[in-house]
Write a protein that binds this ligand. Structure first.
Ligand code: HEC
Length: 101
């Protein structure tokens, strides 16, 4: 019995680790992204609506930790303070470009 429980635990923790933004809601993230006009600067930098900044060859963000750091910088530039939950939401949304596992 203990062994089965152990194996289940490993599977369960694997699932948690497989989601880089476990409590994020991508739809809420998209709404926050639009509301805060996140792409207004990015558009000026890379054109094409701004989303290309997330897929550019030399992109800055390579893991969730760097994502949170960048979100703090960008939201400070915007004069917005994102809660930890909102960072999860935006992370979940932007992960359609980054595809962190
Ligand atoms: C005042 C201008 C400005 C605003 C507004 C802004 N950003 Fe940014 N953002 C930047 C700049 C400049 C960079 C590039 C930083 C670099 O190259 O070091 C960037 C880069 C990023 C990146 C990393 C792209 C990469 O290279 O991987 C993410 C993610 C990001 N922004 C998210 C956001 C989000 C989410 C918001 C809205 C809350 C936002 N930004 C609003 C200026 C802005």
């Amino acid at each position: 019995m203990k062994i089965i429980a152990f194996i289940l635990l490993i599977f369960a923790s694997g699932i948690v680790a497989a989601n880089p933004f476990p409590t994020g809601n991508a739809q809420t993230g998209k709404a926050l992204f639009d509301k805060n006009k996140c792409n207004s600067c990015h558009e000026q930098m890379v054109g094409d609506g701004g989303n290309a900044i997330f897929t550019r060859a030399k992109r800055k963000v390579h893991n969730p930790a760097e994502m949170f750091a960048q979100l703090n910088m960008c939201s400070a530039n915007t004069g917005v303070t994102l809660s930890a939950q909102q960072e999860q939401d935006i992370g979940a949304y932007l992960n359609k470009y980054y595809k962190f596992k």
